[in-house]
Design a binder for this molecule. Structure first.
Ligand code: KIV
Ligand code: ZN
Length: 510
């Protein structure tokens, strides 16, 4: 399919009419400028007969409209409305009168109190009237209000639309004025109309989101023949809103359709519209929700981290930069989360950690999260410091003294106290020998020192010892010690290591 979608914005009309405080001309102009930057092909400026303010706004937007954007005003199928619409959009280089009437059996009978024949006549006359006003200087769009409810009288609707096209309508808009049924039902109706009208007539859809399926209905309508897609910024519109422009644009983009919009403008625009409409963006709103990039399940966090630098992510529909989002996927730690989140959050915060340590710490973080809900970065850093540098367990270092090559250690294993003095090949060796002499397993596999930036680790700590000890099952475990003195950092790393092994295996005693 190589026809491009034609994005018709209805934020300033349908969106505006749903606001608690509709926009004035000045506000509409701000949004209109954003719409031109976004690159929409058409804008419905307002309902000219609704109020003087809306009339003025239509005229103003028509007068500043660039010559590549169609400007329309809405009108019921009554002469006065059509005249007002026509007058209001006159200054626009590309203009369109948009007139509508309901054709569903229910609405014709109970709201309009008219027979189908009366409605047909009124619609044809209105289009005729609009076409005569426009001549060759603009277009006429006709909307079948409540088209989604026209299943039982679709033959009547199609018959009438054929007359309406003959009367001069260039665009036939098919609204799902109230979303009540399956998307497929609506799409089948769109297909029927598309097949019954001449191919130079533009088919348009305008879907409300009462059941939350407007995006899907609009996207599939495009593939069923509708080129013009009426959408609103942030999905604003009557009741649950209109079709959300961003979702449709991105869904089509993801389906390989050439989308004539500057998608990178979306995110900023969404924030502006929320601010100007006073309609908050729902936390979980697709694409633009503040929480729409968050991962909290361990499995999702793992996939997200493994693919974070790739264009396609394991758990996201697009790269956030596509819509101009500067924030990236974020990991929130809850009782559902896992080691990957700990690793990423601690690394991101600038502290050293290995995946093995993250795995060991994760249960402590989960336990806290079970009680208080999602942990803040500060919560996680506190847990990290406790579980990495101050590991509690059966071993307690009470004091330590180094006299030349001798080391004198006073420590407790549960309640039993040990006082051991030993010399060795340096303090680490001496300390380990002292512990072994007391009858505990303690086999050092690897040892390194890291100089530290005090600002990062805090409390004057400038030395970090990293040690790897052999575990009872032959694996190795990493432990760290932090202090301003290198020797103390070493001894702390040894005792942290003893407690880590004891806590994991309860088997340090030889
Ligand atoms: O929802 C609707 O049917 C409308 C028409 C006026 C197009 O907004
Ligand atoms: Zn509508």
């Amino acid at each position: 399919m190589n026809r491009m979608p034609f994005f018709y914005d209805i934020t300033l009309r349908d969106g505006n009419q749903s606001l608690k405080k509709p926009w004035n001309t000045y506000e509409k102009e701000i949004i209109f400028k954003h719409l031109t930057e976004l690159g929409v092909q058409g804008v419905e400026a307002g309902f000219a007969a609704a109020s003087d303010m809306d009339y003025e706004a239509c005229t103003h937007l028509a007068s500043i409209a660039p010559d590549n954007i169609v400007i329309s005003a809405l009108a019921r199928c009554v002469e006065n409305d059509i005249l007002k619409a026509y007058e209001s959009i006159k200054p626009a280089p590309k203009k369109r009168i948009h007139t509508f009437i309901a054709m569903s059996p229910f609405n014709m009978e109970y709201v309009l109190n008219k027979t189908p024949e009366q409605v047909r006549k009124q619609a044809i006359e209105a289009v005729n009237f609009a076409k005569n006003l426009m001549g060759n200087n603009g277009e006429v769009q006709f909307s079948v209000e409540h088209f989604g409810d026209c299943r039982e009288n679709i033959d009547f609707v199609i018959d009438t639309l054929q007359e309406i096209v003959k009367a001069g309508a260039n665009v036939i808009n098919l609204p799902n004025t109230v979303e009540r049924t399956r998307p497929k039902t609506f799409i089948e109706l769109v297909e029927k109309v598309y097949n019954a009208l001449p191919k130079d007539v533009i088919i348009s859809v305008h879907n409300h989101n009462d059941l939350g399926m407007a995006t899907a209905v609009t996207v599939e309508s495009y593939f069923a023949g509708a080129v013009q897609l009426e959408c609103a910024l942030n999905g604003l519109g009557e009741r649950a809103g209109n079709t959300n422009m961003y979702e449709v644009a991105v869904a089509l983009y993801n389906s390989g359709v050439e989308v004539p919009l500057n998608l990178s403008k979306i995110y900023e625009l969404a924030l502006t519209i929320s601010d100007m409409s006073k309609v908050k963006i729902y936390e979980k709103a697709p694409l633009i929700g503040p929480d729409a990039l968050a991962h909290r399940s361990g499995i999702h966090q793992d996939g997200a981290v493994k693919t974070k630098d790739m264009q396609k992510g394991a758990y996201r529909p697009i790269h956030p930069s596509l819509i101009g989002r500067k924030d990236d996927e974020k990991l929130g730690f809850t009782s559902q989360s896992g080691k990957t989140a700990i690793y990423e959050i601690i690394t991101e915060a600038g502290y050293p950690i290995t995946l093995q340590e993250a795995q060991r710490i994760a249960p402590f973080a989960k336990e806290t999260a079970e009680k208080i809900g999602e942990l803040s970065t500060k919560n996680i850093i506190d847990i990290y410091f406790n579980q990495v540098f101050n590991v509690q367990g059966a071993f307690t270092l009470c004091s330590m003294e180094k006299l030349q090559d001798n080391i004198s250690l006073h420590f407790k294993y549960n309640d039993k106290e040990y006082d051991i003095k030993l010399s060795g090949n340096g303090p680490v060796d001496a300390c380990i020998k002292a512990i072994q002499k007391a009858g505990f397993n303690c086999e050092l596999l690897h040892y390194e020192q890291q100089a530290l930036n005090e600002e990062i680790m805090g409390s004057g700590a400038t030395a970090m010892s990293i040690m790897h000890f052999k575990t009872p099952n032959g694996d190795s475990v990493i432990s760290r010690g932090l202090d301003e003195s290198t020797i103390k950092a070493n001894i702390k790393a040894i005792f942290n290591g003893l407690n880590i092994i004891e806590n994991l295996y309860s088997k340090t005693k030889g």
